[in-house]
Design a protein around this ligand. Structure first.
Ligand code: DC
Length: 230
């Protein structure tokens, strides 16, 4: 069985990372959550005061610091993957509404994308990775052996994200806030100038609005087996 790169792209909160993680665990591959990387850069920008009151980004200051941002991943004591920003675990902070509301404009900056794509290519150098994001099959790994484009209706995605926030506790957002955020991010992600979200021509499409986790896992597994056959 040959080692491959699995590129999973799609809209926000469509369950990409759940299926990517599950495949990586089953086949012993490394999972790379590239959205978490853009979220960690956003947290860095917030902490350093690079956002003004009206949401404008001081991109010159962020550009000057971009080489100082190191993002890595580790498995926590609970067996779940955690995102580290310069060695500090920031997993919970990067999932909150503040970062979610500011991450799209950060991920639209060319110098941010260049720095992240460089780190992502290093992470996949030896193959054996499942990477999820928006531009993995189109920009980061256009030669990936297996490319998947995942989608689901905006209401289904907002409901899933809302349930996730509720399950974590301390949620102050309504379902309507979350739906608005999902739609705004879709718009910015697919209309930005650099690396907009789009399906690679050779990607397989999965609409999981009405699928169970098990059904989507099996669908992905069968394509993985076909793609790794010698
Ligand atoms: O997958 P996510 O919701 O955690 O992603 C957070 C943001 O980062 C989202 O607005 C899109 C952006 N992103 C991106 O531009 N490119 C990627 N490869 C991954 C995420």
């Amino acid at each position: 069985m040959k080692k491959i790169i699995v590129a999973i792209d799609g809209h926000s909160s469509c369950g990409k990372s759940t299926m990517a993680k599950s495949l990586a665990r089953r086949v012993g591959y490394t999972y790379v959550d590239t959205g978490a990387m853009y979220r960690a850069v956003t947290l860095f920008a917030i902490r350093n005061g690079f956002f003004s009151e009206d949401g404008t980004i001081d991109s010159a200051s962020l550009a000057g610091k971009i080489k100082d941002i190191r993002i890595s991943f580790k498995t926590g004591a609970d067996g779940l993957q955690k995102t580290l920003l310069n060695g500090e675990t920031v997993e919970d902070e990067i999932r909150g509404m503040e970062v979610s509301g500011k991450v799209s404009p950060i991920s639209a900056l060319g110098f941010v994308r260049e720095a992240m794509v460089e780190q992502q290519r290093i992470m996949g150098r030896d193959k054996g990775v499942v990477m999820d994001g928006r531009d993995i099959g189109t920009v980061v790994y256009p030669d990936a052996e297996l490319k998947i484009f995942v989608t689901a209706s905006d209401e289904v995605r907002a409901r899933r994200r809302f349930d996730e926030l509720e399950a974590k506790g301390g949620n102050r957002s309504t379902y309507e806030d979350v739906l608005k955020n999902v739609r705004e991010r879709d718009y910015i992600d697919s209309h930005r100038e650099i690396s907009p979200l789009r399906k690679a021509d050779d990607a397989l499409v999965l609409d999981n609005s009405d699928l169970t986790f098990e059904q989507q896992d099996e669908w992905l597994m069968s394509h993985f087996i076909a793609a790794t056959a010698d």
